[in-house]
Design a protein around this ligand. Sequence first.
Ligand code: SF4
Length: 467
Amino acid sequence: MLVCPHDDKLREECGVIGIYKQGAPNLTQMLCYGLIALQHRGQESAGIALNRFGNVVHYKEMGLVQDVFTPAIMQSLGTGDIGIGHVRYSTTGESYVANAQPLVVHYKGGGIALAHNGNLVNAAELRNELEDNGSIFSTTIDTEVIANLIARHYSLGYQEAIIRALQDVSGAYALVITCEDKLIGLRDPYGLRPLCLGEFADGGYILASENVAFDMVGANYLRDIEPGEMVIIDGAGVTSYTYCPPRRKSICSFEYVYFARPDSTVDGRNIYEARREAGKMLAKEHPVDADLVIAVPDSGKSAAIGYAQQSGIPFGIGLIKNKYMGRTFIQPNQEMRELAVRLKLNVLQSNVKGKRLVLIDDSIVRGTTSRRIIDMLKAAGATEVHVRVSSPPVTHSCYFGIDTPNRQHLVAATHSVEQIREMIHADSLGFISQQGLIDAVGLGDQALCTACFNGCYPMTIPQLTIT
Ligand code: SF4
């Protein structure tokens, strides 16, 4: 039996990139390479916008970056000095090409392109208000709300217009924008979604959701954009402004648990190291006698290595992933998730037969996939399966751009740990504690958003938004 591990996970919404490089002969190609490195953050659509002295051209389509940006498409886009790109998995707004990004609009101040990772919690309110005042929307994404707000203030100049627009919005955003002769990067005052800055040794700058994108195009990591910071990049270099006083820092915990690539560093903390530490912490908090530590591939692997190192139980391979079935096949609706369930994982029987296993997973959201995996392992001859999870129980929905089911579908919102253990057919079950995860990430007690574990949202969630 084959099982898909991705139908039971939280999903990141988007990845963003922006490059400013004067005289670049191949800017489109560089943006493509960067987007391929960010592909894990969204597999439904991909887009690139190039800004040639205020004349913005763009192309976006449903599909993976390498399928969307064929050599012919890249050639037709041409090149330029400034460009931005986006990969998307939809959480707000339906999944069709008009909702793909970058969003390109033309207003009295000129052409502007925006790429947004995150979710506004007051988008519905703002949209109603804008529509009441005559604004017309051509997409259902909240990024268009930001674009409309910028247009409303255009007479103040692009910089002030963007700042005024963001004073009205509440929520999570890492934004990359290009207009006039500028590349602009902004991070919300809580720093919920990541955004970092790099530079090219031969001149030019790059912004991206994760610094793995820098490696793909030969740029060097400089620093993360701070919460509430706006950077403006042009011929004069990088200018930084605090456009809004930073609030209590609230980087999404799931960047460290699952979303970001292990070879990325988010806000100064390498993801692989954070996951390995979480695995070690899990071994301290939930020890068990067993013969082999295995991971739900691929995202449970770093934590499994940490669990093995701390416990002294050997790490091995128990589950094999079908790497030729891309995540793009799994459409974001329940019906397709169910169909895809059997396609992705198989058991390495010779390695698990007769063994007491510790199975490391990064999260349990609905619990349906865990049960299938454990049943498969037992059918293959595992004598015991002890499940250890490197995130705390997910008990609350996310409103900041992460696709979580409604609360009633979150298994930990309605079941105790013991009830979940029974439900998934595990011999024992242990989740890392919230403090354990915070300590493993190592950025201090006041750095992470942990709202989906405890319901303490970093900002007020409007009633209209609550599910
Ligand atoms: Fe991340 Fe959870 Fe906070 Fe959403 S609620 S931003 S998934 S930690």
